[in-house]
Design a protein around this ligand. Structure first.
Ligand code: FAD
Ligand code: NAD
Length: 490
């Protein structure tokens, strides 16, 4: 009998942790997953991806009715907002999906340990050669790690840290979840604010700002940088800013918030240019703080096992997701890389396969990012600036093909004229280096670009692949044709 309770114990049941647990169990490993929340699924299912998409989807319908898009297609309706019903369908989606993970755990025989896990001591029980080594060839058992959960101790041969991330606080600003909210509070507002100021024009600020703008709030986004959505291609960021302004959002770019004071139900914000200069004040009845997220490592007792986070608070791993402590692995938002659910999931699968002695595969160069606004904004691979910089080192150059959605027959027919597709390729080899789009269904379209890039496609490979007509995806084919100057419909 093994000298430990579990082959694998996973801390955190977000998309990283729960996927790792299910995959480990599929591979025949005795698996437990520890979760401190009442329900499984982590940030993503409880207070992130899923509830935000439920509110985005519902508010999109309201907006289409209110802003004349439906009338343009001959459907005349005057929308009436039933906010409690909109929240109820959000909560129902969360309940069904988090319950679905509990069902999958049962089905795969993953033990759900309820409570917060903490390392309490270094590895123990290591008596090389005696226990755990199932055959003379197998590596000697070097001892089990120990965690404490709700006052009980559990031992495991491998532990995966998948504790995710939490909202980054803005110094001097107190989130009361009434007037000043974070993303969780912004999902649950009991009434539509008259005036909402969003601090940070990143993904959360633009998605949740869009929800409340569509439902009738005046929304002002204050962004430190010159354009919103850092990390995306600059053409995309500029076009996105134009579209959000056209929709009625105010973007105060190159501006930072230096303080927020709350009196009763009103907030007063102090702002100043990021580069310094005269300050101004703004009044609001709701302030959303969305300036990023930080890894969850506090209270984990990492010092007990001799693991130190890096300067950004992240746990460093090697390509196989091993930390510097043998038997301890880490995945998802708590390690470096984009804080995205699908990146965490892919790492979850890879870590389980690595622990089982297989070769877990994850290509960090091909991880798409999608902003679920209207239209959607999506990208994968290098931005134009990154591609230029990476090829410049070897004297290489890039080629760029662009195609506007205005010239795509399906988008035009659907009254969705905004956006474009941009493909960046190596001028010499024609290999695709990055694909960026703004289109109503950009999040779905980008999957094609991911497959193409995984297979090392050239722009010509995409250009000579038959795309169904009439679809938004034809814009990807046309952008690929535009790389060599042969787009047809423009
Ligand atoms: P998490 O999902 O954060 O899960 C970690 C879990 O670990 C938590 O449930 C936590 O309670 C638990 N935990 C922490 N410490 C302990 C401990 N000591 N013991 C036991 N349990 C512990 N990403 C996308 O790709 N697409 C989106 O559309 C998207 N939308 C988002 C919208 C919002 C509003 C937010 C906030 C995030 C969104 N994200 C989105 C990001 C996405 O939610 C995260 O990247 C993803 O959840 C990270 O997964 P994870 O498994 O690393 O961690
Ligand atoms: P973010 O990093 O996307 O954006 C934060 C923004 O705040 C940046 O643009 C930054 O320049 C700005 N900022 C920082 N300090 C500021 C200040 N004092 N004043 C004004 N602006 C300031 O972070 P987020 O929007 O909070 O999202 C957190 C994470 O959650 C992201 O990493 C994202 O990947 C993930 N997420 C993903 C999705 C999605 O995939 N659709 C949706 C929501 C969240």
């Amino acid at each position: 009998m093994a000298d430990y309770d579990y082959d694998v114990l996973i801390i955190g049941s977000g998309p990283g942790g729960y996927v790792a647990a299910i995959r480990a169990a599929q591979l025949g490993l005795k698996t437990a997953c520890v979760e401190g929340r009442e329900t499984l699924g982590g940030t993503c299912l409880n207070v992130g991806c899923i509830p935000s998409k439920a509110m985005l989807h519902a508010s999109e319908y309201f907006d289409a009715a209110a802003n004349g898009t439906m009338a343009m297609m001959g459907v005349e309706v005057t929308p009436k907002l039933n906010l409690p019903a909109m929240h109820a369908q959000r909560l129902d989606a969360v309940k069904q999906l988090t319950g679905g993970i509990a069902f999958l755990f049962k089905k795969n025989k993953v033990d759900w340990l309820k409570g917060y896990a903490k390392f309490v001591s270094p590895r123990e029980g290591g008596d090389l050669g005696q226990s755990g080594a199932s055959s003379p060839e197998a590596p000697a058992f070097a001892g089990a790690h120990v965690v404490e959960v709700a006052g009980k101790r559990y031992t495991a041969k491998n532990i995966v840290i998948a504790t995710g991330s939490s909202v980054t606080p803005l110094p001097g600003v107190t989130v009361d979840q009434k007037v000043v909210v974070d993303s969780t509070g912004a999902l649950e507002l009991p009434k539509v604010p008259k005036k909402m100021v969003v601090i940070g024009g990143g993904v959360i600020g633009l998605e949740l700002g869009s929800v409340w703008r569509r439902l009738g709030a005046e929304v002002i986004v204050v962004e430190f940088l010159d354009q919103p959505l850092p990390g995306m291609d600059m053409d995309i960021r500029k076009e996105a800013a134009k579209i959000f302004k056209k929709q009625g959002m105010t973007l105060k770019l190159g501006t930072k918030v230096t303080g927020v004071t709350v009196k009763g139900s009103k907030a007063t914000l102090t702002l100043e240019p990021s580069a310094g200069g005269a300050s101004e004040t703004l009044e609001a009845d709701c302030v959303l703080v969305s300036i990023g997220r930080r890894p969850n490592t506090e209270g984990l007792g990492l010092d007990a096992i001799g693991l130190t986070p890096n300067a950004r608070g992240q746990i460093e791993t090697d390509h196989d997701l091993r930390t510097s402590v043998p038997g301890i692995w880490a995945i998802g938002d708590v390690i470096p890389g984009p804080m995205l659910a699908h990146k965490a999931e892919d790492e979850g699968i890879a870590v389980a396969e690595n622990i089982a002695g297989q070769t877990g595969i994850i290509n960090h160069a091909v991880i798409p990012g999608v902003v679920y606004t209207w239209p959607e904004i999506a990208g994968v691979g290098l931005t134009e600036d990154q591609a230029k910089e990476s090829l410049a080192a070897t004297g290489g150059e890039i080629k760029v093909g662009k195609f506007p959605m205005l010239a795509n027959s399906r988008a035009k027919t659907n009254h969705e004229p905004d956006g474009f597709v941009k493909i960046i390729a190596d001028a010499k080899t024609d290999r695709v280096l990055g694909v960026w789009c703004i289109a109503s269904v950009a999040g779905t379209m980008i999957a094609e670009a991911c497959i193409a890039m995984e297979f090392g496609a050239t722009s010509e490979d995409i250009a000579y692949t038959c795309h169904a007509h009439p679809t938004h995806s034809e814009a990807i084919k046309e952008a690929a044709m535009a790389v060599t100057g042969k787009a047809i419909h423009i």
